[in-house]
Design a protein around this ligand. Structure first.
Ligand code: FES
Ligand code: MG
Length: 575
């Protein structure tokens, strides 16, 4: 039964014949609205992450107009509401510090305004989880419009991939193999249009995950930002959200345990960013689904990587993935690894949604019989060094490091680390394990993407391009290498990572999922007793609050008080 117009949430503001509502109506009229705009019509929020400092979302000011067109076509009233831009490259100390702030902003922006449903527009790394987390907590019908990836990079006839090629050319520059002119050529060619990073970095991963949850229209996450079909998709989202409001298709009907398993499976099959783990857990927990690292690892063990996209794949980029059929084609290849009975924002089952999909290039989207990597993209390690888990991306590293034993070289800060990696004569061997600590959620602060520690000059000059690196930081989704990340608990709060010393022997065993330091419990206890907690990073402001409420990586780094189940649900505001 469609919703009765008098039961629209926005009608609580606009309909009553009383003093307050007269105020709302007169102020709407101040903007040029009339009764035509609010009487019996859903008001649809368009949450826009556009800004003049957000290159990945630079087209969203225009796309909002296309969403509005769709909303009007379907008999709704659009209302564009700007929020934080989540500009990954510019925000310091790290955009991760602001994901939860953004989620709060989205939740409270929706709660406090007279709106009935929402189209969320974003895509640059933290924006997708932030928008989804906030909107899920608010609970209005929602649809996610991914910003889409930028065009393939190009320099001197070479195809360039976001992030991935920056790291590669930077190593070559530091090794003295390329000069300033080539470096500048890469700089000018690597980001040629608006849109998100076009490797399977965190942005493409998270947009794919949103589609895996059923929160986008079919195929939306794979459309390149400059493609005309992106505009058509924007208008279609506008039309669809109006019907979702009438059908009261709220996110709790979409983000179910089965849909969450689908989202994790999709992540693994795409060769996802390591950041996906943190955001998947946080998004699921907002929906009341208690997803754990072990659940993710278990799905990873039986889900091969079938998207041949860099950095897990060898050559292709998101534009190629779109031409090959995009995420619906990938989901079709996954077949019964997905629960096709779940409901998506279309109001249909996932099975119905992907029925028309076709795979047009079996080298880009591989069949299960010919995967890029036989297990999922990521693995969860545990041991005396990471009792609450750590994450590695076996799909994008030199396989010889999957079982490894070597002496630690420990840096307490990024500055200390820089001295080590820039010293050509620093004593180390290819077996050394480079450790960066105090870069976790509290220590970073905000868990910056420092985990793909640049290769030290001392090893670069030997021609080496990979080694085991270990930290409580994250790494960019476009990164690669034998980097163990997200060690929990982090060093800054006294996790075992805080206790190791240069020369201690670190043991990694990816097939058996273990990460240990060769030290006895007694030795670790002794060092723990002598450990002195570092001074807090912030004495006031947002960072002060962040430090009090941020949870560790294995819990998704959400604030404890934002999680579902922390106290009673927030009531609707009095009007
Ligand atoms: Fe925005 Fe990579 S910097 S998606
Ligand atoms: Mg990134």
């Amino acid at each position: 039964m469609p919703k009765d117009p008098k039961d629209l949430r926005s009608a609580r503001w606009f309909a009553p014949d009383d003093l307050r509502s007269m105020g709302h109506r007169s102020r709407a009229m101040q903007m040029g609205w009339s009764g035509e705009d609010w009487e019996g019509k859903p008001v649809i929020a368009i949450i826009n992450t556009w800004s003049d400092l957000s290159p990945c979302h630079h087209h969203l000011r225009d796309r909002a107009e296309w969403v509005k067109r769709g909303i009007l076509q379907a008999g709704g009233t659009p209302a564009e509401l700007p929020v934080h831009d989540f500009a990954e490259q510019f925000l310091k100390p790290t955009s991760m510090l602001y994901r939860n702030l953004g989620a709060i902003e989205v939740e409270e922006t929706l709660r406090s305004h007279p709106v009935d449903g929402v189209v969320l527009m974003g895509g640059c790394d933290k924006s997708t989880p932030a928008l989804v987390m906030g909107a899920v907590s608010m609970g209005l019908p929602m649809i996610f419009l991914p910003a889409g990836a930028m065009l393939r990079g190009n320099y001197a006839g070479q195809k360039l991939g976001s992030g991935t090629d920056v790291w590669k050319y930077w190593d070559e520059r530091r090794a003295g193999n390329i000069g300033a002119a080539e470096w500048e050529g890469v700089q000018g060619g690597i980001a040629r249009s608006y849109g998100t990073c076009m490797t399977m970095g965190t942005a493409s991963t998270m947009m794919s995950i949103a589609e895996g949850f059923g929160l986008t229209l079919p195929g939306a996450s794979s459309i390149p930002a400059p493609d005309a079909s992106h505009k058509r998709m924007a208008a279609t989202c506008g039309r669809r959200i109006v019907d979702m409001v009438w059908d009261d298709l709220t996110p709790d009907r979409i983000i179910t345990p089965a849909a969450t398993r689908n989202a994790v499976t999709v992540a693994m099959a795409t060769g996802c960013s390591t950041n996906a783990i943190i955001h998947l857990i946080a998004m699921a927990r907002r929906a009341g689904v208690p997803l754990t690292l072990d659940d993710i690892d278990a799905i990873g063990r039986t889900t091969p990587v079938i998207a041949n996209i860099r950095p897990s794949g060898d050559t292709y980029l998101m534009e190629d993935f779109f031409y090959a059929g995009g995420l619906p084609a990938l989901m079709k290849e996954l077949g019964d690894k997905l629960d096709l009975s779940v409901t998506t924002v279309t109001g249909q089952t996932l099975g119905d949604d992907i029925a028309p999909a076709k795979n047009f290039n079996a080298d880009v989207i591989r069949p299960l019989s010919n995967p890029v990597y036989s297990e999922g993209s990521l693995a969860v390690l545990r041991g005396n060094l990471a009792p609450d888990g750590a994450v590695i991306k076996p799909a994008a590293m030199d396989p010889k490091f999957q079982t490894h034993k070597g002496p630690a070289i420990v840096a307490d800060s990024y500055d200390a680390l820089k001295e080590i990696i820039n010293d050509e004569d620093y004593p180390m061997t290819p077996d050394s394990v480079l450790v960066l600590r105090n870069a976790g959620p509290q220590g970073g602060p905000g868990m910056p993407e420092w985990g793909m520690i640049p290769m030290p000059k001392a090893l670069l000059k030997l021609g080496l391009r990979d080694m085991v690196r270990l930290s409580d930081a994250r790494m960019s989704g476009t990164s690669y290498g034998a980097c163990i990340l997200h060690v929990a608990p982090e060093a800054f709060i006294g996790g075992p990572l805080a206790l190791i010393e240069t020369g201690d022997i670190i043991e990694v065993d990816v097939p058996n999922r273990s990460l240990n330091v060769q030290l006895s419990e007694a030795e670790l206890d002794q060092r723990r007793a002598a450990w002195v907690a570092p001074a807090p990073r912030y004495q006031r402001g947002y960072g002060w609050m962040f430090a009090r409420h941020i949870q560790q990586a294995d819990k998704g780094c959400d604030f404890n008080y934002l999680e579902t189940g922390f106290g009673a649900p927030v009531p609707e505001p009095d009007i």
